[in-house]
Design a protein around this ligand. Sequence first.
Ligand code: ADP
Ligand code: MG
Length: 729
Amino acid sequence: MATLRFQALKDASRRKPIHFEETDRKSILFGSNVFNEKAMKQYLTSDALKGVKGAIQFGTKIERKLADYIAMGMKEWALSKGVTHYTHWFQPLTGATAEKHDAFFETSYDGSDPVEKFGGGQLVQQEPDASSFPNGGIRNTFEARGYTAWDPTSPAFIYGTTLCIPTVFISYTGEALDNKIPLLRALSAMDDAATEVCKYFDKNVKKVTATLGWEQEYFLIDRSLANSRPDIVMTGRTLLGHTSAKGQQLDDHYFGSIPSRALMYMRDLEQECMLLGIPVKTRHNEVAPNQFELAPIFEETNLAVDHNCLLMDIMEKVAERHHFKVLLHEKPFKGVNGSGKHNNWSLATDTGVNLLSPSKTPMSNLQFLTFFINTIKAVNDYESLMRAAIATASNDHRLGANEAPPAIISVFIGEQLTKVLAELEGVTSGKLSPEEKTDLKLNVVGKIPDVLLDNTDRNRTSPFAFTGNKFEFRAVGSSANCSNAMTTLNTIVAKQLKDFKIEVDALIDQKGLKKDEAIFNVLREYIKLSKKILFEGDGYSEAWEIEAAKRGLSNFKTTPEALKARASKQALDLFSEMGVMNHVEVEARYEIELEEYVKKIQIEGRVLGDISKNHVIPTAIRYQNTLIENVRGLKEIFGTEFETIAKEQILLIKEISLHIEGINSKVEEMTNERKKANNLTNAQSMAEAYCNNVKPYFEVIRNHCDRLELLVDDQIWTLTKYRELLLTK
Ligand code: ADP
Ligand code: MG
């Protein structure tokens, strides 16, 4: 009987690339399934269009009557494209996206008057029966329900035959039940704080938008091969498997030519992205075999987050057509690089200025320095909160695991800007002499664009790096919804800018300093206060761990430890002061994330127990029986001499028994630890118990299994091996 492994290998070997032809130029396809400005102009009255634009730009409320008109136009547009259903599309705290489809089609009870219906009511608000989404105690499941409400800042789109309306998910008491509301609130806090600060430099600035350009890494594995591994199917990663003789050591995959099956997949995926208005731009191979990356042109943060959520969803759907499985897990394979999702972040004004890009004049460079230094100070003050924002069970495999950014948050700015900060630090306190001012403007601030031109130094080991005109938050996990990281980053920087404004104004009003003197003075203090976060060296080195500990930086290697900062007093104060989340909302997220951590480890423990007992041990025993048979035969032929002749086989039989015993006893111990952990009632202690008492067994059990994989006859091994999963083209 062929095992699933051999059937899958046979299937995989027969696969040809699914040919994919682009039909139109990308510029023509782009956004054609999005209810964007072009579609709105065609389908909406001018009043309705104005209403939507006002809501997008200034957050003005859309009246019900107007909503009816907008819905009508949206419905006509959707029907013209063959759409039959609509859904409110939202991001509950599961990390995934959720949808509930309703047909436009309606008829009266006796079947007469069939009609396609969709009004302002259905557009603006819906009540999904969502009582089983995680809510961390906010919402008593039988007491009140949440509802979804349209987010006009993210346009409706068509996927398949469904009109998807991006929405927020909120409880009747007004608490955010999703990832989007806190993000929108953080972006609005950022707009307020940054616009105020911009006014020091340019009175015309009315709005500041945070921008995000993510880079999505992923693995593509043949679907049959992936499905032949119960661990991949159930946990998204391999829980065991001996590393393949050839991995990534030759570096031959990185930026190499893309295998044709994968290329066809990417082209198909990019076409879907184009239709949905996701501006994908870059595709290339990554470091590990079968690992790739896709990156779009950056966008306004809320839209970029929605687009990334949507992308993760369609990646899997398109993969089905190409007989691939997409692995978004941060560490699907031991011994080869994991996947991340770099979050490139910056701030843009409505006057078209990138606030993190140095430019020609000293004044606008002072503006650049202001935003640059305030960002550094914010990360300095809230480093542990930044770590908490990216903490998940799967990201723990990357952070601090000697490849991805370490679990210590630090900021890399490069040699030239380090020098600039050192010079600024020497600025005289209080009023500046005219010479000093001129010198600062001409020789320090004025020279920044020149020094940055040859700023080629890039530090790949830094979790938060300045890369010329943006910061790059590299520690975000590949499977994460970016909103958690973006809500945190934008909130801390907004808070910092708010404080900065207060301090500068005080120096101007109370000490009589000129505006630029006041700014220089405050920035100088910030540079002094933010020293501990700046690090230019090798983030993977042990020396940095020691140094970081001396500096008092946190170094949380596991999620339960890292998450404590999520609901610390500092975090509660921050989020409530900035109007991003109240205490209940923050604490609910903290609980949900702990629960999610527990569930992930719990499932992995169960799956590992099952496969090691149901796959590995039976196969090992079969092979051992063959060896025993062999030894028996040798004894028959060679009599007393057999002991020398069958020596190796006998050792092998013993070794197999040792590993079998190891698996059995460790699985039993692990199960007992799980039981103990399950009896704990406090979420933090339960997560810690899973982390410290259950998870350590994974490595031990795996080692026994991986040894057996090397010992047992390849012909009877049931689990698809690393080389087969990773090197099949
Ligand atoms: P890499 O980091 O792989 O070397 P780049 O430095 O070119 O690549 O970064 C590319 C990413 O940075 C893209 O996703 C791009 O959209 C994003 N990006 C560029 N400028 C900005 C900006 N001002 N704001 C946000 N993201 C940006
Ligand atoms: Mg990058």
